[in-house]
Write a protein that binds this ligand. Structure first.
Ligand SMILES: *[C@@H]1O[C@H](CO)[C@@H](O)[C@H](O)[C@H]1NC(C)=O
Ligand SMILES: *[C@@H]1O[C@H](CO)[C@@H](O)[C@H](O)[C@H]1NC(C)=O
Ligand SMILES: *[C@@H]1O[C@H](CO)[C@@H](O)[C@H](O)[C@H]1NC(C)=O
Ligand SMILES: *[C@@H]1O[C@H](CO)[C@@H](O)[C@H](O)[C@H]1NC(C)=O
Ligand SMILES: *[C@@H]1O[C@H](CO)[C@@H](O)[C@H](O)[C@H]1NC(C)=O
Ligand SMILES: *[C@@H]1O[C@H](CO)[C@@H](O)[C@H](O)[C@H]1NC(C)=O
Ligand SMILES: *[C@@H]1O[C@H](CO)[C@@H](O)[C@H](O)[C@H]1NC(C)=O
Length: 804
């Protein structure tokens, strides 16, 4: 059903328009006409112009579409509001009137375009850029061009904006429907005020602002390290406009307003898949919506709730604000009086507020700008107009500040006028915080020293558990046994490193995952309890939550929250599952795992080395947020120490760092190595262990290293990622994983560095050849693969290797 209209669209296009093969010309002279059934084709065959019917075959439109791609994609329509009702439409140049006319039945003019100047020996030509131009003979001066009257599509090189000399406003408006090219409510245009910016409108309602140009990009646009589309902004006394180009001119890309999605999409043609792919679309999320948080409110997608009043402001109607109705916005904590002593609060990474009520002087410096805002009572805020270098230019706002979301990976500094007292109290209180913090730190340090002294005296005795108030529920065996149907096989979720895991449902209805620990631990009961209590305190969005435990006789069980989406391996290594994980999901999973490990390594009170990071230990919740499981297990069961050397190697072949697998040496850096492998597996959908390509004997790490060295790392990405992704992000992830996989632990970054690298765009050091890179006769590789004989005999994750 859903395909039928498209099919008929395709058929009508080709039935009626392309059967005419006689005309491979790209221009029309006054003595010629273009009638329904004939087409013009641009010189090198990029574009074609003719008559088509998007829906009802009796509605004929004159339009331009791509000739070089097989999917009919109309980029311009002449008579978008006045379809020709028969197959007798004719396009011609009328020299007397200096116009182009489109007629029905040879007399009824349905559409016309007037030349700027009288025509003389004119020619209407379709160019390879997609532009239809009227010119005199071979002159390069265009008397009229279709690029000046865009419909829903902006092609590379087209202008969106104002020509001040003629008063022309080049704006986009979406097709009303897929079968009706007449203008819908979604439009995009360059707003014409002192600091112009492109904006999208829904009818008469502003819908989204791109933010003004800041010398590098539009203020609302996040920073992109390797852009494919490059944007331009031009403003002078004659015109102001927005335009773009594709970095690689041989790519085919377009920008189009989509009424049904209510988005402006940047699309790229994929030659491999013979399809258009969405490269970017705006609005990206609700914070992009115009004025989402009301006046003086700022939106941040990463915080909960997303709307916050700026410093010095409070919700105007708190009752409604608390119910997440932000329309009333915020007001000053205390109204500002012109005689008040004021200062400026600096906000970093913001989209500049709506520029309708702004004033600009591009040659002023920031300090002059500040002066000016201080002197003018109605000035509310100021900022640089150009952020290049150390910044230049001055923009000030009068009246309310509207639409100021936080831009992740972008944005700029905004200085908002507040009462001086507001700033001072903040300073005082932050000073107090510093003092309190410092005191707390000293106390904590003393406590820690004491703790270790006590601990070392007691050598091997129980760990002191502080914060006894934290209760860990103890479940009794009968409850657990009952809720898991007596640990029946049908309830078994899997067999992990430290025992089997069962699904269960507690009497109160809560779903749980019970880990029945195999009897490996040489620990006493008290010690076990203490450890579990400590681990229960580890709470982080990216760690599975431990709900409690159950100890009876020899039985030791841990009760976790249940994750219905199973573990990461069931997605990335599964033919159907991997299709569900597009690049942005995978990227979020990578970032989540990194944050979870960082917490274990550094941010939690205990320093935990996981030692068995792998996809089956990463669970996914209903929102596909990754949760690390089995953390703390290695600490509790795996060995006697936390850092150094162990006789028992806990881990899984394929994820272990070389120094750990071979010499039993482990540290936080061995987890970093495992993370590197995880990232490669997430990107490629291939297992490191068991990876092979018929044409070489490299493992997954060797494979990616080879692609990297050969300058084609993007070939590494899972082919089931079909949505368009940002190549820069993938490259960065591969780069970071290679750094994590360095042979020497000291060459690997810490997790805090990894998190930083993932979230910023700074330059990265070049990786050296990674460890465990199996190639020919590397000594290390051989010694490792010998051991792997008995390591790979089963999927058990605990292995016992004798240290040598
Ligand atoms: C050209 O335009 C003039 C003036 O509008 C009109 O009188 C004339 O009929 C047109 N010629 C053709 C061939 O349509
Ligand atoms: C656009 O703005 C400029 C300067 O702000 C003004 O001079 C001009 O009249 C405006 N043009 C239109 C068409 O609104
Ligand atoms: C666009 O405006 C119409 C009419 O005001 C409204 O019903 C619709 O919800 C708006 N659409 C969006 C996406 O804001
Ligand atoms: C540009 O794109 C074309 C077609 O997609 C591709 O073959 C070519 O390698 C690209 N060139 C560069 C420099 O990326
Ligand atoms: C708008 O989006 C719909 C749904 O994905 C798609 O079918 C349609 O072709 C898009 N329209 C344009 C003009 O790209
Ligand atoms: C802009 O600022 C410069 C430097 O302060 C000053 O010389 C110039 O007169 C200002 N222009 C306007 C239009 O205010
Ligand atoms: C403050 O600045 C605005 C914008 O430039 C201007 O319209 C207004 O007259 C100024 N007010 C005073 C008191 O200078």
């Amino acid at each position: 059903m859903g395909n039928l209209p498209l099919l008929s669209f395709v058929m009508t296009l080709f039935l009626y328009s392309s059967f005419n093969i006689s005309s491979a010309v790209d221009f029309l002279t006054p003595s010629q006409t273009l009638s329904d059934g004939n087409t013009l084709v641009s010189e090198n065959g990029y574009f074609e112009m003719g008559f088509f019917s998007p829906g009802n075959p009796m509605n004929r439109y004159l339009g331009i579409w791509y000739k070089i791609i097989p999917i009919p994609t109309v980029i311009w329509v002449a008579n978008r509001e006045a379809p020709i009702k028969d197959l007798h439409g004719v396009l011609r140049i009328n020299t007397t009137a200096s116009e182009i006319t489109l007629t029905q039945n040879d007399d009824l003019v349905v559409w016309s375009a007037k030349s700027l100047k009288p025509v003389e020996n004119p020619r209407l030509q379709l160019l390879d850029s997609g532009n239809l131009v009227l010119k005199n003979g071979n002159s390069e001066v265009f008397l009229w061009e279709s690029f000046d009257y865009p419909t829903d599509t902006l092609l590379p090189g087209m202008k969106l904006g104002w020509d001040y000399k003629t008063g022309l406003n080049r704006r986009l408006s979406a097709w009303k429907n897929w079968d009706d090219p007449s203008p819908g409510t979604l439009t995009m245009e360059m707003e014409n005020h002192s600091y112009p910016e492109p904006a999208m409108w829904n009818g008469t309602q502003e819908f989204m602002r791109s933010g003004p140009w800041n010398g590098i990009r539009y203020s609302a646009k996040p920073f992109t390290a390797f852009p494919i589309f490059v944007f331009h902004y031009t403003k002078n006394k004659d015109e102001v406009y927005y335009s773009y180009q594709l970095i690689n001119q041989s790519m085919i890309g377009r920008m189009v307003l989509n009424q049904s999605k209510f988005k402006r999409e940047a699309l790229l043609w994929s030659e491999a898949e013979k399809n258009w792919k969405v490269y970017a679309s705006i609005p990206r999320e609700y914070c992009d919506t115009y004025n989402f948080c009301g006046a003086f409110g700022s939106c941040n997608i990463e915080s909960m709730p997303s709307c916050k009043c700026l410093k010095g402001f409070k919700p105007k109607v708190p009752e409604r604000w608390n119910l997440m109705d932000y329309t009333e916005g915020c007001v000053r904590n205390r109204p500002l009086n012109c005689l008040d002593e004021v200062g400026f609060a600096k906000f970093v990474g913001m989209k500049l507020p709506d520029t309708k009520f702004s004033w600009v002087n591009e040659s002023m410096r920031l300090d002059e700008c500040r002066e000016m805002c201080l002197r003018n009572c109605s000035c509310m805020a100021f900022a640089n107009t150009d952020i290049r270098g150390s910044g230049s230019g001055c923009v000030i706002w009068v009246g309310e500040l509207v639409d100021i979301p936080v831009i992740l990976k972008g944005g700029q500094d905004l200085y908002v006028k507040v009462l001086a007292s507001e700033l001072e109290t903040k300073k005082k209180s932050s000073l107090t915080i510093v003092v309190v913090l410092a005191a707390a730190l000293i106390v904590a340090a003393l406590l820690l020293v004491g703790f270790y002294v006590v601990r070392s005296r007691k050598q091997g005795k129980k760990l002191e558990v502080q914060e006894e108030s934290m209760e860990l529920p103890l479940y009794d065996l009968s409850t657990i046994s009952h809720s898991t149907d007596n640990f029946s096989n049908s309830n078994k979720l899997g067999e992990g490193g430290f025992g089997a895991v069962f699904w269960g449902r507690l009497p109160n209805g809560q779903e749980i995952a019970v880990k029945r620990l195999s009897n490996q631990s040489r620990q006493g009961m008290d010690e076990f309890m203490n450890e579990v209590k400590l681990i229960a305190k580890l709470q982080h969005r990216n760690l599975v939550k431990l709900l409690g435990c159950c100890i009876q006789g020899e039985e030791k069980m841990l009760v976790y929250e249940y994750m219905p989406n199973n573990s990461l391996d069931s997605f990335i290594f599964d033919l159907a599952g991997r299709k569900l994980l597009d690049w942005s999901k995978r990227f979020n999973i990578i970032c989540g795992i990194a944050r979870g490990i960082l917490y274990l390594h550094q941010d939690s009170r205990l320093r935990i080395i996981h030692r068995d990071l792998k996809p089956s230990n990463i669970l996914l919740d209903t929102d596909m947020i990754p949760k690390i499981s089995d953390f703390g297990m290695a600490r509790t069961f795996g060995g006697d120490q936390i850092e150094g050397n162990t006789k028992r190697v806990v881990g899984t072949y394929g994820y272990m760092a070389p120094e750990y697998a071979i010499n039993g040496q482990f540290s936080i850096k061995s987890d970093v190595f495992s993370f590197g492998v995880l990232v490669l597996e997430i990107i490629s959908g291939e297992k490191n262990k068991g990876f092979h390509r018929s044409n070489h004997a490299l493992n997954l790490i060797g494979h990616v290293w080879r692609l990297w060295k050969e300058g084609r790392p993007l070939e590494f990405i899972d082919t089931s990622i079909t949505n368009l992704y940002a190549p820069s992000e993938v490259l960065r992830c591969i780069h970071i994983s290679l750094l994590c996989l360095q042979k020497h632990p000291e060459d690997r970054p810490t997790m805090s560095n990894v998190v930083l690298m993932l979230s910023s765009d700074g330059a990265l050091v070049q990786p050296k050849q990674p460890g465990l890179y199996v190639e020919g006769d590397s000594l290390e590789a051989r010694s490792f693969s010998n051991e792997n004989e008995f390591l790979t005999t089963n999927e058990l994750t605990i292995t016992h290797l004798e240290a040598r």
